[in-house]
Design a protein around this ligand. Structure first.
Ligand SMILES: CC(C)(COP(=O)(O)OP(=O)(O)OC[C@H]1O[C@@H](n2cnc3c(N)ncnc32)[C@H](O)[C@@H]1OP(=O)(O)O)[C@@H](O)C(=O)NCCC(=O)NCCS
Length: 332
């Protein structure tokens, strides 16, 4: 039997428990994805727990011998999507099929329901299509696939140099900043970030529009910094109006600087078709090579249905390296 206990990464007195909790995610992910995995770092888990725009609760499954054998994270947005909860759940490979995952999930569901959440979303990944270690468990527990995604990787050097010198599309200027969403960008960037939640494909996921303002972007910027991540951000300014009409962001964990993670990319609907998506990504890549030369690979996730983004990525040279699915369960 396991006990399910709350964990915090913020109390030094609980450091041993919290580190063991974090290790479960790492060991579990290495088992399914190999060393080239994408689980959150310790610094990120801690910074994410401190967020003021997301309520995050961490719980561990502890066995009779006092060992942490399972871990779960529950994330509940506080500014919008008030009926949504997301979870990340893992059990040590040697301890599976003993009901630990089920016990953790029951606690996650209770936490979400108690907070009025009616939809629970989670992700599972596999290096090959058709060998997903979470699939049987999630189907058994009433989840359905809501969106399929591809993990796509780009080897950095060759393309970044070749594309970075291209002129900006006529009528637009691309601006790039390192480790900062510049203060003078914040108002327009907040609008663009809200659009991201309505314009990117979400499949069957019950996601609602997100509400972003300058303060929330600052909180996000702070979480990135405390997570030990460097950031490169490029924006597209429409010369005629002076407004920002597109953006893209890359993040690089300082402790593992060979991999950059592509974050959101968006061009406002009325400014599409001018090559801004490609220009933004190429500008960010060129800055990445200049400022963070240890990066070897840029990694991104795209919905299989997102034709335009996949076309841009293929033009840049991205290739599929893994598969990720988002699953949803109705809690009502
Ligand atoms: C998914 C995971 C958490 C399940 O943990 P677990 O402790 O083994 O789960 P349980 O023992 O509670 O399994 C409950 C039921 O799910 C189903 N199930 C779980 N793993 C299964 C597998 N590998 N094959 C077939 N059915 C499986 C079974 O019906 C099982 O009941 P049973 O053992 O009586 O047949 C674990 O496999 C894991 O950490 N996977 C990697 C991370 C992941 O994919 N997480 C899911 C998304 S967040």
């Amino acid at each position: 039997m396991v006990r399910i206990v709350p964990v915090t990464t913020l109390d030094p007195a609980q450091a041993e428990l919290a580190l063991a909790w974090h290790d479960v995610f790492v060991v579990s992910t290495v088992a399914s994805m190999g060393d080239d995995h994408d689980t959150w770092s310790w610094a990120s888990r801690r910074a994410r727990e401190e967020s003021t725009t997301m309520d995050r609760r961490y719980v561990a499954a502890v066995d009779d011998a006092g060992r942490v054998v399972g871990a779960a994270e529950v994330t509940m947005p506080l500014r919008d999507n008030l009926t949504l909860a997301m979870t990340d759940l893992a059990v040590l490979p040697t301890e599976r099929r003993r009901g630990t995952g089920t016990a953790l999930l029951e606690r996650v569901v209770r936490t979400a329901r108690d907070a009025g959440r009616t939809s629970l979303v989670t992700e599972s990944s596999s290096p090959d299509a058709g060998t997903d270690p979470g699939e049987a468990f999630l189907l058994r527990h009433g989840f359905e696939v809501a969106q399929a995604n591809l993990r796509n990787d780009l080897g950095v050097t060759a393309h970044a140099h070749a594309r970075g010198s291209a002129p900006d599309p006529a009528g637009y200027v691309i601006e790039t900043s390192t480790d900062d969403t510049r203060d003078e960008w914040l108002e327009d960037r907040a609008h663009l970030q809200s659009r991201m939640s309505t314009d990117a494909p979400v499949g069957d996921l019950a996601f609602e529009e997100e509400h972003w303002d300058a303060e929330r972007l600052r909180d996000h910027r702070e979480t990135t910094r405390r997570s030990g991540r460097r950031a490169i951000e490029s924006v597209a300014r429409h010369v005629a109006t002076g407004r920002l009409v597109g953006f893209t962001q890359l993040q690089v964990p300082v402790e593992a600087p060979e991999m950059a993670y592509q974050q959101d990319t968006l061009v406002l609907r009325e400014h599409r078709g001018h090559g801004l998506g490609l220009a933004l990504k190429a500008a960010a890549l060129a800055a990445l090579v200049g400022e963070l030369p240890e990066v070897r690979t840029v990694r991104t996730w795209n919905a299989t249905t997102n034709g335009p983004m996949i076309a841009v990525n293929e033009a840049l040279g991205y290739r599929t390296t893994a598969f990720l699915r988002e699953w949803q369960r109705r809690l009502a």
